[in-house]
Design a protein around this ligand. Structure first.
Ligand SMILES: O=C(O)CCC(=O)C(=O)O
Length: 193
């Protein structure tokens, strides 16, 4: 399995236009230099951001497209809209593996970004050392990145600061959150405790 799959030109021109209207609607009115995030759907996949239960039509259409093409591991119930003012980033993290499924779909918007992946340290922490094993993946605006496998669970990812405004949509399926089936710790390790 390829851990990182990029589908270039994933968004159609109509979808791009409708997503831009959504970005305008939710872009913070107050001056801010930090990432702002809106979580559409019935659950909050990560701690931060405002939760909006109703899914806007363009996001619904994208959920349907991802599901029909079997690009995700099921119905992507949660769609996060990340809004990045110039120089804002998301810090290195592994996406919530207890509540979210094995495939995460990220659509880049407005400007390209080079996503940086770092292999977790043996203690499971973020590797900021000069010897960290890193990988860079370019995500053009309008492209879909599927994050899965080893890069999903054993590498952190983060965005790079750029001088332009940028946004992204992140599609996540929901899993049961049972620690006994934690993909990072491994079922065998869990059972032997
Ligand atoms: O904005 C991006 O390209 C990445 C977003 C991300 O990693 C996240 O929302 O967890």
């Amino acid at each position: 399995m390829t851990d990182l799959v990029v589908h270039r030109d994933f968004l159609t021109a109509d979808e791009d236009q409708a997503v831009r209207a959504l970005i305008d609607q939710y872009w913070p009115r107050a001056e801010s230099s930090a990432r702002h995030v809106v979580r559409f759907g019935p659950f909050r996949p990560c701690g931060d951001g405002i939760l909006v239960a109703e899914i806007p039509p363009v996001l619904r259409a994208l959920q349907e497209r991802l599901s029909a093409a079997h690009l995700m591991d099921g119905w992507p119930e949660s769609v996060s809209l990340n809004l990045y003012p110039p120089r804002a980033t998301i810090l290195p993290h592994v996406d919530n593996y207890l509540q979210c499924g094995p495939v995460v779909g990220v659509v880049g918007l407005l400007a390209p970004n080079d996503l940086l992946f770092r292999r977790l340290t043996s203690a499971g922490g973020v590797d900021h050392s000069a010897t960290a094993t890193v990988h860079t993946e370019r995500l053009p605006a309008g492209a879909l990145l599927l994050l899965q496998g080893d890069k999903r669970y054993h590498w952190t990812h983060e965005t790079q600061p750029i001088d332009e405004c940028r946004a992204s949509l992140v599609f996540r399926t929901r899993r049961d959150g049972d620690v006994k089936h934690c993909p990072v710790m491994g079922e065998d390790r869990q059972r032997s405790r």
